[in-house]
Design a protein. Structure first.
Length: 326
């Protein structure tokens, strides 16, 4: 099944400011031939948001007027596929129709046979943070006369923005911040980061890490900050990379909870393990590495074994992320 989606990470102090200010995340989906709605209104909560959706659509009839702040309600609806054409009348609701010229394979259309002015819209299902998919209006055509045709051509271009106190799906939203525009590809789920009042879409983590490792940096690459059951050390790269990627990679390697906190500049402070997670007699030793060919090693010293985890030409991290994405 073809799935689309994205992830959002809102970092502090921006998250605190947005939450205390009463803002939520709004998502609009570009749909040609119609007026856009706030398809999704999402509370910010902990600042991590996941959205997934498929090509699961409905056409609907509505009596709600399109005006600022209105929540568009579906009075009657029918499931539809792109390429389908429909007729709407009081007696039969939605029935299949043949139109001339026929609607294209990337569009769906409704002809108004209500006998007077009527408004129609397109809804699509989506899952937010792992919830069950639910349908929400994403676009609407203002009232059109009898015999008129509403054609909807959805794209995979989204606008993301923050909006004050508007969390309801299907809203004619007002007062949004400047939107960030994102075009999605099938089965690729980019992560967007909001930090310092700016949206960024980092490159794939492995590619960024590869660039970071390509240039020499000041020694030592690893510096032990704290010993004991909770280990802290500092990793320095030639420029900042997404800390979430490093966090995932090290968590997989250590099989223990790993937290990465931005220290300053290109340095990441990495905390491995928590109380009771790693036996207190185990210790971690961090080696200095060759600065001309930045290939750091993390050496884990155990009672019965010595296991070396190498980041050699970033291959290890790339393999991990590639396998994770399958």
């Amino acid at each position: 099944m073809t799935t689309y989606g994205f992830n959002v990470t809102i970092q502090q102090p921006d998250l605190g400011k947005l939450v205390s200010g009463g803002f939520n995340l709004g998502v609009q989906k570009s749909t040609l031939g119609s007026q856009p709605l706030q398809w999704l209104g999402i509370p910010l909560l902990a600042g991590n948001i996941q959205v997934r959706y498929t090509a699961d659509y409905q056409v609907f009839f509505t009596t709600t007027l399109y005006q600022s702040g209105a929540v568009i309600m579906e009075s009657q609806y029918s499931s539809t596929n792109m390429g389908d054409s429909w007729s709407y009348s009081p007696a039969t609701s939605f029935t299949r129709a043949v139109m001339s010229p026929p609607v294209g394979g990337t569009s769906t259309a409704v002809q108004n046979n209500l006998g007077g002015y009527a408004s129609f819209g397109l809804a699509q299902s989506a899952s937010v943070n792992g919830s069950s998919p639910t349908f929400s209006p994403l676009a609407v055509v203002p009232p059109m006369p009898n015999g008129g045709v509403a054609t909807f051509t959805p794209s995979q271009t989204l606008n993301l923005y923050f909006v004050y106190n508007t969390v309801t799906n299907g809203t004619v939203a007002t007062g949004q911040t400047t939107p960030y525009t994102l075009t999605l590809q099938a089965n690729v789920f980019p992560t967007l980061v909001y930090f310092n009042s700016n949206w960024t879409q980092p490159q794939p983590a492995a590619a960024m890490l590869g660039s970071a490792l390509a240039a020499p940096v000041a020694a030592p690459l690893y510096r032990t900050l704290e010993a004991g059951p909770v280990r802290k050390f500092q990793l320095a790269l030639s420029y900042p990379i997404p800390k979430a990627a490093v966090e995932e990679w090290l968590t997989d390697k250590f099989k223990a909870r790993v937290h990465v906190a931005r220290d300053s500049g290109s340095k990441l402070e990495i905390i491995v393990g928590g109380r009771g997670e790693l036996p207190p007699h185990e210790d971690l030793v961090y080696e200095k590495v060759d600065q001309t060919r930045v290939a750091p090693s993390i050496v884990e010293k155990r009672v019965h074994e010595v296991r070396i985890i190498e980041l050699e030409e970033q291959h290890d991290l790339e393999t991990f992320l590639a396998n994770k994405g399958k």
